[in-house]
Ligand binder design. Structure first.
Ligand code: KIV
Length: 273
């Protein structure tokens, strides 16, 4: 009997209401592909199909070139391979900032074509009206304040946010505006620890930290960072739980040597040999 549904052998997919403030820490990881989503699904509360896929999967040097079509393809794959985690899909750069109606059309298309439960968008006070428009029309929104990778060109790079009274007041105002607009949760990225802690105490919705604070209601990391697959750089806030890159290198080298030395394929890999 499943504790989550009360029905034998079935677990219900988590909804936005399952991410509760002040309870057990909420666990999030990014997922972009079916095999990885399937492996992560039993262990997390939510999977984020983040636009970080532009950098870790496609090799762009920012998230700006990511398209709605990419988010739909990866979001649908993650949905197909998961059954328990809440799945949130990022709205990519340029697909929602122009107007609330544009944001609604993009979010509705992503939800319809992937089956995901919620979308995430980056922005503070200036995006609060858009968040209100979406949440008032049945679209659950996860906010994202602090370091906002889609704004790197305007903010001068991937820099920690919330330094000094002006910086911290701005993020606090952004967080309050997005929470008041109806977001169900808020990612705080790359922000001074005391600022993220104070925001967590101030807003009524769960905060999800990444380079923020242990006081946040939950944490998220980019899975390729956690697994040691994305090795171009390692931000201070990343903790590696595995080192897969050298394993892949070693496996590829061993395979190549076996082929070249005619050790592979062996009789057991052949039909009728
Ligand atoms: O795109 C992403 O993966 C994200 C996380 C870093 C929160 O937004």
């Amino acid at each position: 009997m499943s504790a989550q549904t009360g029905k034998p052998g079935r677990t219900r997919r988590r909804g936005v209401g399952d991410l509760v403030k002040g309870g057990a820490p909420i666990v999030g990881l990014t997922a972009y592909t079916a095999p990885v989503a399937g492996l992560l699904d039993p262990h997390v509360d939510f999977l984020l199909v983040g636009d970080s896929l532009g950098m870790v999967v496609y090799g762009f040097d920012s998230t700006l070139p990511v398209t709605v079509e990419m988010m739909i393809a990866h979001g649908a794959a993650v949905m197909r391979a998961s059954s328990q985690a809440l799945v949130v899909v990022d709205l990519p750069f340029g697909s929602y900032q122009a107007a609330s109606e544009q944001a609604f059309r993009t979010a509705a298309r992503i939800m319809a074509e992937t089956g995901c439960t919620a979308v995430k968008l980056e922005g503070g006070v200036e995006l609060a009206e858009t968040v209100r428009f979406l949440t008032g029309r049945g679209i659950p929104v996860m906010g994202h304040v602090g370091l906002m990778p889609q704004s790197v060109n305007a903010s001068g790079g991937f820099k920690v946010q919330g330094r000094g009274p002006q910086g911290s007041d701005r993020i606090a105002a952004d967080a309050a505006a997005i929470a008041a607009a109806g977001a169900f949760a808020l990612v705080i990225e790359g922000t001074m620890e005391p600022v993220a802690r104070a925001i967590t105490e101030a807003v009524p919705i769960p905060t999800i930290g990444i380079g923020a604070s242990p006081a946040c209601d939950g944490q998220i990391l980019v899975t390729d960072d956690v697994l040691g697959l994305f090795t171009q750089f390692k931000p201070r806030f990343v903790k590696r739980y595995a080192e897969l890159a050298p394993l892949i290198t070693q496996a590829a080298a061993q395979y190549a040597a076996d082929v070249r030395d005619r050790r592979f394929p062996a009789p057991e890999h052949c039909f009728g040999a």
